[in-house]
Design a protein around this ligand. Structure first.
Ligand SMILES: [Ca+2]
Ligand SMILES: [Ca+2]
Ligand SMILES: [Ca+2]
Length: 445
């Protein structure tokens, strides 16, 4: 039977309408595809299980995505980062755990430590569990660790710390005030658990210390097992890092653990702004900078260390990279006079990166300069011309800015001072230092 024209049109309209209705229904009923918002640990700013959207915080954005993944039948194998409680399953329990974190309630979280745990000199991610939140902790007190904690606003929570003489007097009213922070030895890398004076182990009991904080390098907290055995969580950060992804994790993680997320957000935002500025200044002139860095008198840094990394962070080339120095990170210049052989190594700068009291202006810069540069000047083709001291007791990007100001024509000490002043004004509690009146690079260009 032949259909007439009108019937055909009616059928066509009905079919079109039916398709529209079905498409609309499917579209409306389909749960929103949450998988596009799910990130992986590697690219996550806060490297913590449950932080499924990969930003710097744990909040309901994460619980919504994880709920969506569960609704879609996804597994922990599909989305390892979503498995907040690390039981191998994706379930309501993961959401419950994150809700506790959001409310600041006691629980155990799983996250990455930055730690060279296999001791090959390269930083690794190490999965650890930590009792949350932290209100009482002890730490190894290197200049970098203290600066990181200070900027993160973590002060009263530090019940004990070990540190040497190079730690800045900036902390005289907090970390170095032994009525507030017990001094647990004189090493900036190691805390003895039992040292016969009852320091760490007694303080842990007395102050209900739940965590010990240290740096990522293998030389730090070599006895971490003692603390773990006592139920104290070992957490590790890369306090000297010049890389924004590492810096962001450090501060976001501290912000979360110590419940100072707003502060962490401010620090990371300023870090990003400053690192962008430094990157622009360091690349704009397309200048090949060859330099060496010294962290101890008459030693040059070699290989991969926080010191050589600082040089590279402002696009300087470490002139000694072509040499074969084994696994050491510093060499004594008098035992390696080759470093002055200009057929092998040529460099225009020697940057002495040293911790001295910059904020309290107690250092005799002329004397320090003479001590650090004298022997090198006797052998090096440029003498003292090109040797500079840069303070190692200040926020890392401020150090980078001063070094960049030495290397590049478009930026100067005033530019670096402004960057540095920003850290002081924003993050140094009750301190009114005017950094341009103090000495953080010597001599000034
Ligand atoms: Ca998140
Ligand atoms: Ca789970
Ligand atoms: Ca490693």
């Amino acid at each position: 039977m032949a259909m007439n024209k009108n019937t055909k049109i009616i059928i066509a309209v009905v079919v079109v309408l039916a398709i529209v209705v079905v498409v609309a229904a499917v579209f409306l009923m389909q749960p929103q595809d949450v998988t596009k918002d799910a990130k992986e640990m590697e690219t996550s700013e806060l490297k913590m299980y449950g932080n499924i959207n990969g930003d710097g915080f744990i909040d309901d954005k994460d619980t919504k995505i994880i709920k969506g993944l569960i609704d879609q039948g996804k597994t922990a194998k599909d989305y390892p980062l979503a498995d907040a409680n690390q039981d191998g399953k994706l379930s309501q329990e993961d959401i419950d755990l994150l809700n506790k974190v959001i409310k600041g309630e006691s629980c155990t979280i799983w996250h990455m430590n930055l730690h060279d745990y296999n001791e090959d000199g390269i930083m690794d991610y190490e999965k650890v569990s930590t009792k949350f939140p932290i209100s009482s902790m002890i730490c190894t007190g290197s200049s970098n660790t203290f600066m990181m904690l200070y900027m993160a606003g973590i002060i009263d929570e530090v019940k004990g710390a070990s540190y040497g003489s190079t730690v800045d007097n900036l902390y005289n009213d907090c970390y170095k005030d032994t009525t507030k922070t017990v001094k647990l030895g004189t090493s900036s890398t190691k805390i003895d658990f039992e040292d016969g004076k009852g320091a760490a182990s007694d303080l842990i009991k007395k102050e209900n210390v739940t965590a010990v904080l240290s740096d990522w390098n293998r030389t730090y907290l070599t006895n971490e097992k003692d603390f773990e055995n006592a139920g104290v969580d070992v957490i590790r950060f890369a306090a000297a890092s010049t890389e924004i992804d590492v810096i962001a994790h450090d501060y976001y993680m501290l912000g979360l653990l110590f419940q100072k997320q707003d502060r962490a957000k401010e620090v990371v935002a300023y870090m990003k702004e400053v690192l962008d500025k430094i990157e622009q200044a360091s690349t704009k002139e397309n200048k090949a900078i060859s330099a060496v860095v010294s962290s101890m008198t008459n030693y040059y840094s070699v290989g991969d260390s926080d010191y050589t990394a600082l040089l590279k962070s402002v696009h300087g080339k470490n002139a000694l990279d072509s040499g074969n120095w084994g696994t050491t990170t510093s060499i004594k210049v008098l035992d390696n006079l080759d470093v002055f052989n200009t057929d092998k190594y040529r460099y225009d700068y020697v940057v002495h990166l040293r911790a001295y009291n910059g904020y309290t202006a107690e250092a005799d810069m002329a004397k320090l300069y003479n001590d650090y540069t004298k022997t090198i000047a006797e052998y090096w083709e440029h003498g003292t011309n090109g040797q500079y001291i840069v303070n190692g007791n200040m926020p890392i990007p401020a150090r980078m800015a001063y070094v960049a100001s030495l290397f590049y024509d478009g930026v100067d000490k005033k530019w670096a001072d402004e960057i540095h002043q920003g850290f002081v004004d924003k993050f140094f509690k009750n301190k009114n230092f005017k950094v341009s009146d103090l000495t953080f690079v010597y001599p000034a260009e």
